[in-house]
Design a protein around this ligand. Structure first.
Ligand code: PAF
Length: 299
């Protein structure tokens, strides 16, 4: 008779950095009783105020059995490089960021026993000094990216459901990543360029430009093997513009504060894949150049 697999013991988790989404996940996991520590550039004890409580986090120490890496796309490979010597031979790594292209970079860095995951989320969080606020309730999509991840599926799913749930587990993360890429390829560079809140993009004057950007992303996604309807993707983008109307996008904030943006992993990835498939994407190309120029002037 087939038997249910024995429940696996919960993993202890490390969270990389002190970004808003990572701290939100850390706080929710600690409140639910998980053993959570923080992997910071300078290891130290951190106290965070969350939902009227002061929560304390120890610095992460080896061996690391599971780690959530919610850092900017351009910081992922460096973060993995520094984590590697501290990771257990069967450690689980969960990537989570805007943009695409890092999975291919991280896979060859790992040992055969290391499980790799990607989690894409619509939760919103705001970090102020020593405080994190859950500003937008969302959901997440999670996928195992190799066999070593599937072995620990139950434990990773359970933890991520507490951290940034409700979580939908999928066999193939690519369609969800392309959908998110279309959203980010419109909202992020346009709000950064016009220095405005997401909601301002609902104005009629931006409609044609948004439609052209979406159509190009859908063509590239289809050439990569992930067909998306331009009509329904446009509706999704417009829905996110309205549901996050009061927000300043991450790219608007990065550019306004003189920080590096994630343009390379967002519009840059669209343009790179378009070139690979011989597809012309003039609207995304122009936007990429404009943001890179602004970034150079400020960064
Ligand atoms: O990067 C961001 O800011 C977010 O992914 C989104 C969905 C564009 C909302 O601001």
């Amino acid at each position: 008779m087939a038997q249910n697999p024995a429940p696996q013991p919960a993993l202890s988790w490390s969270i990389v950095g002190q970004g808003a989404i990572g701290l939100l996940a850390a706080c929710r996991m600690q409140q639910a009783g998980f053993d959570v520590s923080l992997w910071l550039r300078t290891p130290r004890l951190l106290t965070i105020k969350f939902a009227h409580r002061q929560l304390q986090f120890q610095p992460a120490s080896a061996p690391i059995s599971a780690v959530l890496i919610p850092v900017k796309s351009y910081a992922v490979t460096e973060a993995v490089q520094t984590l590697l010597p501290a990771m257990a031979s069967d450690a689980q790594l969960v990537l989570s960021h805007n943009g695409m292209g890092t999975i291919e970079q991280v896979k060859p860095m790992l040992a055969p026993g290391h499980g790799l995951w990607f989690l894409t989320t619509t939760h919103g969080a705001l970090k102020q000094p020593d405080t994190v606020q859950h500003t937008g309730t969302g959901s997440s999509t999670l996928a195992a990216l190799n066999n070593a991840a599937k072995v620990k599926q139950q434990q990773v799913l359970q933890a991520m459901d507490i951290a940034l749930g409700p979580v939908t587990l999928t066999d193939n993360i690519q369609p969800a990543l392309w959908q998110k890429l279309a959203i980010n390829a419109v909202i992020n560079p346009l709000t950064a360029l016009y220095n405005c809140r997401n909601g301002e993009l609902a104005a009629q004057k931006y409609h044609q430009h948004i439609e052209a950007l979406v159509t190009e992303v859908c063509k590239v996604a289809a050439a990569c093997g992930y067909p998306m309807s331009a009509h329904s993707t446009l509706q999704t983008v417009l829905r996110v513009i309205s549901s996050t109307a009061q927000n300043f996008s991450s790219m608007q904030q990065d550019l306004a504060h003189g920080r590096r943006t994630e343009i390379d992993a967002i519009t840059g990835y669209v343009v790179q894949q378009a070139a690979h498939h011989n597809i012309s994407v003039p609207h995304n190309q122009a936007l990429l150049e404009q943001i890179l120029l602004r970034q150079q002037q400020r960064y």
